[in-house]
Design a protein around this ligand. Structure first.
Ligand code: ZN
Length: 290
């Protein structure tokens, strides 16, 4: 497949418009810290020639090939862990952490977090606590905690509930992505890819990689969404990463993304008393945090 600049520019614009369809970007943090009422859509990495690879839904047996491909290129990434996968593959989870990658939280069982989780807050809290208990013992105490909502689906009421929890309020999230959200084609060219959709269409890892590379080069950096649980996952990483290393891209974990710092819970924030009414907790916090 030959690279065509004209087609590239037009398709890039179309793909960019599609990527943020729906909720739209939040222009400023809705709170100064903690869980945000809306997904954090912008990483600030676009146009910085910096990539944060994120791998969702694992770990499983296929995650090993992803780790091999990262290691071969001396690249560290962030893994959004699902609790029921961590439970089944504890040794792979330990390997992800041991190789210098950042563990993050992607819920216990990957449900769409609908309003039923606001009706029963304990159900929501369980979804995060379950994963926290798997990943926290493998993380450094100074590591920042990140959460990504399954399917990117989020409600502001979730933030209110989770910010009242003394442990979960230390998370930054929900973290969205810049690149890898959707497949787009233009004049027969793959202009952007989403790995799960590539496999659904029975594309090879090499073809899928073209979409990732074109979207990354167009944006010149960003948070990239991938998954680490498919037979082709390792091959995809092995196809995407080396050309970018060659082109001088810097690879970072999410805790090296400067724009996310503004969402971290300040250490000076008051401790949350178990029995304190939520509105008091939030009022105290908003008075204190500047
Ligand atoms: Zn997921």
């Amino acid at each position: 497949m030959r690279f065509s600049l004209g087609a590239y520019v037009i398709a890039a614009f179309a793909a960019g418009a599609a990527a943020n369809a729906g909720d739209g970007p939040a222009s400023a943090p809705t709170q100064l810290a903690w869980f945000q009422a809306r997904s954090i859509f912008h990483s600030g990495l676009r146009d910085t020639h910096t990539i944060a690879l994120t791998f969702d839904d694992g770990p499983n047996a296929f995650t090993g090939a992803v780790l091999d491909a990262l290691d071969a290129n001396n690249v560290k990434a962030t893994f959004f862990i699902v609790g029921q996968m961590a439970k089944t593959h504890p040794e792979m989870l330990a390997r992800v952490a041991a190789e210098g990658n950042l563990l993050a939280n992607h819920s216990a069982s990957h449900p769409e977090l609908t309003s039923s989780f606001d009706d029963d807050p304990n159900k929501l809290i369980y979804q995060l606590k379950n994963v926290h208990d798997f990943i926290a013992p493998l993380m450094k105490q100074t590591d920042t905690l990140y959460f990504r909502a399954p399917y990117g689906y989020w409600r502001s009421a979730h933030a209110t509930i989770l910010n009242a929890d003394p442990v979960l309020r230390n998370y930054v999230g929900p973290i969205y992505w810049d690149i890898g959200g959707d497949i787009s084609m233009r004049d027969g060219y793959v202009m952007s890819s989403a790995d799960w959709a590539c496999w659904k269409h029975k594309w090879s890892a090499q073809v899928c990689a073209k979409g990732y590379l074109r979207e990354i080069r167009r944006d010149n950096g960003g948070v990239v969404l991938m998954h680490c649980i498919h037979a082709q996952s390792g091959e995809l990483v092995a196809a995407v990463v080396p050309p970018l290393v060659e082109e001088g891209y810097t690879f970072v974990r999410l805790d090296q993304v400067p724009d996310y710092k503004q969402y971290e819970t300040p250490q000076t924030a008051p401790a949350v008393a178990d029995a304190a009414p939520l509105r008091d907790v939030l009022r105290i916090a908003s008075n204190k945090v500047k």
